[in-house]
Design a protein around this ligand. Structure first.
Ligand code: CIR
Length: 307
C-alpha cells in the first residue's frame, strides 16, 4: 500500500512532468517526456551510525550552550533514516566508528554522482581516514571509485562543499576545500560545469548555509556570508536560480529527495520557520537536527544520496 508520502511524490511528479521534442534522427518531432526532478531522484541513501565519541570529540566551531545528548542524537538519526526510508528504496547503513567522532557526517568523505564515487580528502586531519572507511560500502554498490588524493596530492575537499543544482556543480572554496580539489573534481565529473564559490571563513561549508530547495531554487542564508555567496553564484554560475532566503544560515540546508523537502523544525530555528511554512511547492517533512547542529552538521551532512 502506498504511504501518504509516496502518494504525494507521485502527485508532485505527475504535475511536474514536462515535454520536450526528441532531437535524434528519425524520431524528430516525437514528443519525449523530460522530468525536471530527474536529478533529485534517489534510490539509495547511505547513513552511518553515531559513535559515542561524537558527543565529546566531534569538531565544532563553538562549544554549544548545552552538551550533545547521545541518546537524542541517535534518536534524531534513526528518525531521519526512517523518514527518508519512506521515499527511497534502500537505506544502506554503515556501522559507527569510534575512531572517527565526526564519521556520522557521511556526506563529507565521498561525492557520488552518475555511478562514480569520488573519495575526498577531508580538510581536517582528525577525519583523514573516513574516505577509506567508506570505500567498501561504495564498492558494494558497484560504484566506480576515484580517489581525490591520487589526482592531486595537495587537494582537500569535504562533500559538504559540493552543491549539485541539477544543471551544474557549485563548490565552496572554503577552509576545507581548496582550488586544487575543485580542479580535480572538474576532471572527474566532466559532463557538468563546475564553479568555485568563495566561502567566508566563519562558515564551514557552502551547504552549511545553502541547499537545493527544489528544481531551480537555491535556499540560502540571508547573512553576510550567505549574501556574498549568493552574489558570486549570480555572477559566476552558468544558470539562473530562484533564491529562497533564510534569516538563519543553517535553516537553509534542507534535503530535497524524490520530490519532498525535509527541513528543520520551528523549535530549532524560530526566526526562519516562516520561510519553510510559506514555501509550498513541494510536500514537506520536518526533521529535528539539534544534536548534529551542535557539531556544525546540517541535514544533508548525515547522508549520501545516490541517484
Ligand atoms: C566537521 O567539522 O567536520 C563536523 N563537525 C561537521 C561536518 C558537517 N558536514 C557537512 O556539512 N557536510
Amino acid at each position: 500500500m502506498l504511504s501518504t508520502l509516496s502518494r504525494r511524490i507521485l502527485r508532485t511528479t505527475t504535475l511536474q512532468l514536462s515535454f520536450k521534442r526528441c532531437r535524434s534522427g528519425t524520431s524528430t518531432g516525437r514528443l519525449m517526456q523530460e522530468d525536471p526532478l530527474e536529478h533529485f531522484y534517489y534510490d539509495k541513501v547511505i547513513v552511518s551510525g553515531v559513535p559515542s565519541s561524537f558527543v565529546k570529540n566531534s569538531l565544532r566551531v563553538h562549544e554549544p550552550d548545552e552538551p550533545i545528548s547521545l541518546v537524542k542524537a541517535r534518536y534524531q538519526h534513526a528518525n531521519y533514516a526512517w523518514k527518508v526510508k519512506q521515499l527511497v528504496q534502500d537505506i544502506v547503513y554503515t556501522p559507527e566508528d569510534e575512531n572517527y567522532p565526526d564519521s556520522v557526517f557521511v556526506e563529507d568523505p565521498a561525492v557520488v554522482f552518475d555511478g562514480t564515487a569520488l573519495l575526498t580528502k577531508i580538510g581536517h586531519p582528525s577525519r583523514i581516514g573516513e574516505p577509506q572507511n567508506i570505500r567498501g560500502v561504495l564498492e558494494s554498490l558497484d560504484l566506480h571509485i576515484v580517489e581525490l588524493s591520487k589526482l592531486s596530492p595537495t587537494a582537500t575537499m569535504d562533500g559538504g562543499d559540493v552543491l549539485f543544482t541539477g544543471k551544474e556543480f557549485l563548490i565552496g572554496l572554503s577552509r576545507r576545500t581548496n582550488k586544487e580539489a575543485i580542479e580535480a573534481f572538474a576532471q572527474v565529473f566532466r559532463d557538468y560545469p563546475v564553479t568555485a564559490i568563495t566561502i567566508q571563513s566563519e562558515v564551514l561549508h557552502l551547504k552549511s548555509m545553502s541547499s537545493m530547495a527544489g528544481v531551480g531554487v537555491i535556499a540560502i542564508g540571508d547573512t553576510p556570508a550567505g549574501r556574498q555567496a549568493w552574489d558570486e553564484i549570480e555572477r559566476k554560475a552558468h544558470y539562473k536560480y530562484d533564491r529562497l532566503s533564510f534569516p538563519d544560515e543553517n535553516a537553509a540546508n534542507c534535503l530535497f529527495i524524490n520530490g519532498t523537502i525535509f527541513h528543520v523544525p520551528q523549535e530549532e530555528y524560530p526566526n526562519s520557520y516562516h520561510v519553510w511554512e510559506n514555501y509550498n511547492r513541494y510536500p514537506k517533512v520536518e526533521l529535528p537536527n539539534s544534536e548534529f547542529s551542535k557539531a556544525d552538521g546540517s541535514l544533508t551532512c548525515t547522508s549520501i544520496r545516490i541517484n
